[in-house]
Design a protein. Sequence first.
Length: 73
Amino acid sequence: MAQSEVAQLRQRITEEYEAMKRGLTGFACGSTKHAFIDARMKRVDSYYDQLTQYIGPNEATQVVYELYIDVIG
C-alpha cells in the first residue's frame, strides 16, 4: 500500500513542477508569478513531508530533487 502512496505523491510533485515550469514561461509577471510559484513550492513541501513518512527524509529529498531536474531541467 505504501508503494502506491509514494507513486501518487511522485505524480503530484511532478504535476506541481510542471505547473511551475508553465508559470515561469507564461505571461504573468512580478508578484503574480512569484505568488503562483510560491504556492506550488508549498504544495511540493507538503508532499515531501508526506513522502518522508513512507521512505524517510534522505530518499524523499532524492526523489524531489530528481523530479525537479527531470521536469524543470
